[in-house]
Every structure is written in structure tokens, then in C-alpha cells.
Design a protein. Structure first.
Length: 312
């Protein structure tokens, strides 16, 4: 994004607004591209922001670290980071701290050991998203007397949403006393292509007979899995029930088509809220360590009514 207020390149916005560096995860999903669009349009429209330096790190942590180092060299006013994974940030975030540049996490989080190296995180409570999925599954399969057999497509290995969506889901299944078996659980890296490939492997290895539920950590992997299920001659949403997380238009359309059964919303449209947080941090205001974005969950009775409201 080029400077909209003619901000100089000294990194301090020349007094006519903030220069912000944003190291984004990548462009792996509809959620991600909607999140990038929301942040970029909010920065563009906000006269308090002179320039947003945007980097798409293609889901590569080294590229994200390089982007943060460049923001430090350019002496931006605030660094925004959506960390692709939870670990490996200590050194570069310490460098930002040493340079006196505050860091705001957008979307994903990092390990607790590094909590002092960023000011605040604006994003989802991924554990709560997992709990919502688990609550629906425990209710849906409560009467399943021969044990509920579950396949899981995990998000990017080591990422906060993958770790926490898994933890929240099984925390509830265990708390509700559901009798279940994890038939298999692998990462599809939040992409449709990898989600489909892993589902094909699940089908080849285990077959689908008697598998009750697929829990996919995002829409893309769930939609890729649906293709694999159909290509194997099974009916998604009926032969195997499916939960997805995000709530994209494509995900809701698949729900309307009866191909999946529960959608846990993860809200990417928080650009304006993020700009407010960035300005507060730049002004040295005290902010909460975590600000959760608002989001819900939807079952088959709600898909049709909700589809027109979906923004990505
Ligand atoms: C969650 C976000 C995840 C989405 C995926 O906040 O980090 O990354 O659920 C995206 O679609 O790839």
C-alpha cells in the first residue's frame, strides 16, 4: 500500500500520521484474503495512518521474520504481526523492543514465554471456537451407543488456531463424556488442496464406512475434503457429518447444499478495530492484553438465512 498522506520514509509518518508495518501470514484461505482486505482498506480510510507497509509471507515464518526486521530498519511506528506459528519469535520481537517499536499481534497468538514482547493481541479465541464445535458434536452424537469415530483435519502445524481448536474440541468431548475414537488426525495446512489430499489418504487408509464425523479446522480443508468424499462415492453431510471453522460464503453454500452440518464462525473483518488498537498503542495508551473479536456458530437450520450476510 503506498503512502496515502504523502508520508515521508523516515518511518515516523513525518508527523502526518503513523507508518505501520503488517507482516501477514499469507493468502491461503478466503478468511486470510478477507482479513488482508479488511486491514488494508481500514488503513487506507483512516487519516491517522499515513502508510501501511503490507507483506504477504506465504505461510513462511522466515519470510515473516525478515519482514519484521525490515520494518525495524525502516523505523515504522508500530509493527503488526499475524504469527504463522506460536514459537520462534523471541529474537526478532526482542529486536523490535530494543528499537523501541511496539508490536501488536493480529489474529494468531504466540507462546506465553514471549508474552512480554508484544503489547496486545486482537483476534479470535480459538479454544472457544473448538469448544463450540465440541459442544455441537457431543450433543449430536450423545446417543451414539457404538462410539463416535472422528477424523480431524488440523490447521497449520504449530499454529495457535490449530493447537487451540483441537484442544477446545476434545476438552468438551471429554467433559461431556462422549465415547469417541480419533480414527486419524493430520494437518492440511489450512489449504483446500492439502485438505483434499489428506482426506484422500484418510479414505485410502481407513475407508469411510462407520466414520461418523470430520472436524476440519477451516473451510478450505473441509471443502477440499468434501470433494474427496464425493469422488470416493460417499455423501458428505449424510454418510459423514462435517464441522468447519471460519464461515466463508463457500462454506455456507456447502451447508445450504446439505454437504456439511455445523459452522463455527471465525471473524476476519476486524481492520477498523485493529487501526484503533494500533493508534492506542502508538499513543502509549493502556490496552488489554487480548481483545477477542465477536463471532458465533451456525447449524443446518440457520445456513440459508445467514448466507447473504457472509462477507468473505
Ligand atoms: C484464524 C486464522 C486461520 C483461519 C484459516 O484466525 O488464523 O488461518 O481459520 C486461516 O482459514 O488460514
Amino acid at each position: 500500500l503506498t503512502a496515502c498522506g504523502g508520508g515521508d520514509d523516515s518511518g515516523d509518518g513525518g508527523g502526518d500520521g503513523l507508518v505501520v508495518g503488517f507482516a501477514q501470514v499469507g493468502a491461503e484461505s478466503a478468511w486470510r484474503t478477507a482479513n488482508s482486505a479488511s486491514v488494508q482498506s481500514a488503513a487506507e480510510a483512516d487519516e491517522r495512518i499515513a502508510e501501511l507497509k503490507f507483506v504477504d509471507a506465504q505461510q513462511d515464518q522466515e519470510k515473516q521474520i525478515e519482514a519484521v526486521r525490515n520494518f525495524i530498519t525502516q523505523q515504522v511506528d508500530v509493527i503488526v504481526l499475524a504469527p504463522v506459528v506460536e514459537t520462534g519469535w523471541t529474537d526478532v520481537l526482542q529486536e523490535a523492543a530494543d528499537a523501541g517499536i511496539p508490536v501488536v499481534l493480529a489474529d494468531r497468538g504466540i507462546e506465553a514465554a514471549d508474552e512480554d514482547l508484544y503489547v496486545t493481541r486482537l483476534g479470535s479465541d480459538f479454544t472457544e471456537e473448538g469448544r463450540k464445535a465440541g459442544t455441537w458434536a457431543a450433543e449430536t452424537f450423545a446417543a451414539d451407543t457404538d462410539g463416535t469415530r472422528i477424523l480431524e483435519l488440523q490447521g497449520t502445524t504449530g499454529s495457535a488456531p490449530a493447537n487451540d481448536r483441537k484442544a477446545g474440541f476434545f476438552e468438551v468431548l471429554d467433559a461431556e463424556g462422549l465415547d469417541y475414537e480419533i480414527v486419524d488426525s493430520q494437518s492440511g495446512n489450512f489449504t483446500a488442496e492439502e485438505g483434499k489430499a489428506v482426506m484422500e489418504t484418510f479414505i485410502t487408509t481407513h475407508g469411510l464406512e462407520g466414520v461418523d464425523l470430520l472436524y476440519a479446522h477451516n473451510d478450505e480443508m473441509g471443502l477440499g475434503a468434501i470433494q474427496a468424499i464425493e469422488e470416493a462415492g460417499f455423501t458428505p453431510g449424510t454418510d459423514i457429518q462435517i464441522i468447519i471453522v471460519d464461515g466463508s460464503k463457500a462454506g455456507f453454500q456447502a451447508g445450504v447444499d446439505g454437504k456439511l452440518n455445523y459452522i463455527v464462525e471465525c471473524n476476519p473483518v476486524f481492520g477498523e478495530q485493529l487501526m484503533d488498537v494500533v493508534v492506542q498503542v502508538a499513543d502509549g495508551e493502556t490496552v488489554e492484553k487480548f481483545t477477542p473479536v465477536e463471532e458465533g456458530a451456525f447449524d443446518a437450520t440457520q445456513f440459508e438465512a445467514e448466507l447473504p450476510n457472509r462477507q468473505f
